[in-house]
Design a protein around this ligand. Sequence first.
Ligand code: ZN
Length: 501
Amino acid sequence: MMFNKKNLIPVPVLLSLLIFILILDLPSQAQETIKFDDYFLDKAMRINFYQVGQAKEEQIIINNIYQEPIWPESKTNLTNPFNYGHYFIKVYEVASNQLIYAKGFDCIFGEYKTTTPALNGVSKVFQRAIRIPWPRRKVNLVFEVRDKKNILHPLAMETIDPDDYHLIKENNQPQDYVLEIKKSGPPAEKVDLVFLAEGYRAEEKDKFVSDAKRFAGYLFDIEPYRSNQEKFNIYVIFRPSAENGMDEPRQKVYKNTVLKASFNAFDLDRYMLTEEGFLLREMAAEVPYDAIIVLVNSKRYGGGGIYNDYCITTVDNQASQAVFLHEFGHSFAGLADEYYTSEVAYNDFYPQGVEPLEPNITALLDPEHLKWKDLVSPGVKIPTEYGKEEIDQLQAERRTNFQEMTKALEEAKKKNLKEAEIKKIQKKYEDRGKATQEKIKAVQEKYRYLEDKVGAFEGAGYASKGLYRPMMYCLMISSPKIEFCRVCQRAIQQMIDYYSH
Ligand SMILES: [Zn+2]
């Protein structure tokens, strides 16, 4: 059902209308704090919408709107202290024109539009659902999107009357097996996590519950989650899949599972997502939740995480713990990838000269006002020299040496050289590789004193140059000790506080 014909208002009309609304509204929102009960019922409104388009054009089309039985998020932090997410939803009360709710978010479409097919004009459509508290009176719902400079612009608007009979108020009785595995207090005052099962067959329910408990344990093993355990409620929801695992298109493996999770998202083999955005939120709504974690019953390496949407990870890979903590860092706390060497599907994800939104990477446009300046270790220079160029150079040499060895050995075999001669060739390259490795170690040793220091280390956000991260090691790049850097820890703490106040 199309909720309202107005969905397809041409953008220019919208823009002028909304700029007018926004200008009018700015003074009042800054002055008043919003009292939840004055504007909202203790229920949630789930808005299912489609995002359609490519790199140059995009559209939001509302599908259906549902009522959920409670509002589990904060009743005091309503207009959002964070500037995270490439999209924003803002709710204005029609009668007073007051901004009464705002929250940033990211979405699969937001990532899609930076991929090569999208830049070539190939349109795609994705599902997304977002939740706001149930308004007592008529509201204007405004979706905003950021431009390349991270400035927000209106993208779509919808007027919603909470008494409209199109809004769906179904019986919310859970359809699935639901279990509360950790209870700390009322949902509005706690962070409520929900684990959803993907690729578990009916007889694997107990495995799923024990996997969910194991993953909750991973969270509470590290800071800042460890010190905040009493601020979390945790639920699990089990719906059996017909088959184990998930789709692996590159391997031509296709599995019949509840959430249709698939590797090879954006044609990147290790990236796993589910595109069942409506079903995901419908299932999660069987419990009060703030953040969704999808556990996929597989040994394969990989996962994905999208801010204020969901995180997804396989459960039985030796790296699953680190993958989960990393992906949940994206989806829960809006953290950026700090790595810069792996292949990604995005183009120009962080345009040059624009400060990234995320708290844990910076373009260092103004070193004097580095966003984590207060955490920088005494005596550490900004930017922080840590032997990166030398190490990158040596690592490139090591890779070239390995490629040359492979080629030389193939040729030797083609020429039918004797075993002893082949071994001699192999040893020559291996010795060279070892020598390079020793040089790398020596550089690392020289800068080892920086390992526990906060500074600004170049190489972050898929860019070897021009973007900086706070510490050498962190779960958002790679962490031998399985830890977040101190800047990421603080950002996670702020998000825990946001949901639990
Ligand atoms: Zn970090």
